[in-house]
Design a protein around this ligand. Structure first.
Ligand SMILES: Cc1ncc(COP(=O)(O)O)c(C=O)c1O
Length: 402
């Protein structure tokens, strides 16, 4: 038999399955209430509008041949124009040449890792942070350190001291972070930009959940603040990554990067060498759907998810024993739960699946250093309010039974 691992490059050692994912094979069981997913409710997909867009594209011979052909690595021009307008409304004045379409935001993170990270470089991430970003960057063999921010009392000098390498790249998600659901205040965003300026590293801003705000006033994005500070997107060191996965449908696999043109031109070459182009067909669908129903549709999903977020917060307050704490997010898809120190999230998940038929994601997976053992991420978007109440009631009862 071939000894495949013997032939792998050393970096492949970092590409490992998580034991937690193994447990998720159990989740097809219909009796299990799952808060594990960070995914949109398929019942809310704009299926009819997507079907109409497909018909319009394929019924027009010129559009059909463009849709089904290879296409520009940069992305479909009308979509980039729409996105330039969308980003303008978010305070990031830019043009289509500042935008690269990617195969979901996940590919954007991979490309940025490929471009910026050499083995041993330091990448600053929040603790906890998006697991997919850790996985994307990990393939390029970085060291991870904590992003300056709430709870981290670090000065720029402390990032350079003790033989540390100065940070090469930062990654932040200021709106409704995955996994905590928390947002950075405007002052925290400004402080993060100050740190990025002082330490001189490019800062990736993941705006995946930006559109899912249920209450409170929008706070300017890092990209908007940095653009205003620098006097334009061309001089900004914030690189924004967006996606239609949470606002329209993940299957489109349409994401985007907003950055200075010089960086976009380099990323276009990375895109060419990786997968040539994102499907023009799905970009055209995304463009038609976004141009016709974006505001109306995102309002519809906000209404549904707000109700589910409220149901989860109410159920947690009603059923969790003393000593359990949780975040109260103004948007996004997640509530972050902190159990008493004595509870190990992964062990509790096993018991929760077996004894209460409820699943969630133990928090450890979201920490680069695998800390946070007594934490968990509960997603609220997939279940109706009554199911959420029932799932949380069962978890509360299990915690109390100890
Ligand atoms: C914070 C964050 N960024 C990026 C992604 C990847 O999104 P996409 O489907 O666009 O690849 C996700 C998906 O869950 C996410 O939560």
């Amino acid at each position: 038999m071939t000894d495949w691992p013997h032939s792998y490059a050393p970096r492949a050692a970092r590409i490992a399955a998580s034991e937690i994912r193994e447990l998720f094979s159990l989740l097809d069981r219909p009796d299990i209430v799952t808060f594990a997913g960070g995914i949109p409710d398929p019942k809310l997909f704009p299926t009819e509008e997507i079907a109409d867009a497909c018909r319009r594209i394929l019924a027009d011979p010129a559009k059909a041949s463009q849709a089904l052909q290879y296409s520009l690595s940069e992305g479909y021009i009308p979509l980039r124009e729409w996105l330039a307008g969308h980003m303008g409304k978010l305070g990031v004045a830019c043009g289509p040449d500042n935008i690269l379409i990617t195969n979901g935001a996940q590919q954007a993170l991979d490309f940025l890792g490929k471009l910026f990270i050499a083995p041993g470089d330091t990448v600053l991430v929040a603790r906890p942070t998006y697991l997919g970003a850790l996985q994307a960057f990990n393939a390029y063999e970085p060291l991870f350190d904590a992003l300056p921010g709430p709870g981290h009392n670090r000065t720029p000098a402390s990032y350079r001291g003790n033989g540390r390498h100065p940070p090469k790249l930062g990654y932040a998600m200021p709106d409704f972070q995955n996994p905590t659901g928390l947002s950075l205040t405007k002052n925290e965003r400004l402080a993060l930009l100050d740190a990025a300026d002082a330490l001189d590293f490019p800062l990736i801003e993941d705006i995946a959940y930006e559109t899912l705000r249920y209450d409170g006033a929008p706070i300017p994005s890092l990209a908007a603040l940095a653009t205003a500070r620098a006097g334009g997107v061309e001089k900004s060191k914030v690189i924004a990554c967006g996606t239609f996965s949470k606002s329209i449908a993940p299957a489109l696999r349409v994401g985007w990067i907003v950055a200075p043109q010089e960086l976009i031109r380099k990323l276009v070459l990375v895109k060419q060498s990786s997968d040539l182009n994102t499907s023009c067909f799905t970009q055209m669908i995304a463009c038609e759907v976004a141009a016709t129903i974006y505001d109306r549709h995102t309002e519809r999903i906000r209404v549904a998810y707000r109700e589910r977020r409220d149901a989860m917060l109410k159920a947690l307050a009603a059923h969790m024993p003393k000593g359990v704490q949780w975040t109260k997010p103004e948007g996004g898809m997640f509530v972050w739960v902190t159990f008493p120190d004595s509870i190990d999230g992964a062990a509790f998940l096993r018991r929760a699946i077996e004894e209460a038929q409820v699943a969630f994601v133990p928090g450890e997976a979201f920490f680069a250093d695998r800390s946070g053992r007594n934490t968990a991420r509960f997603g609220f978007t997939l279940n109706d309010p009554a199911t959420i109440e029932e799932g949380i009631r069962r978890l509360g009862a299990l915690l109390r039974s100890d």
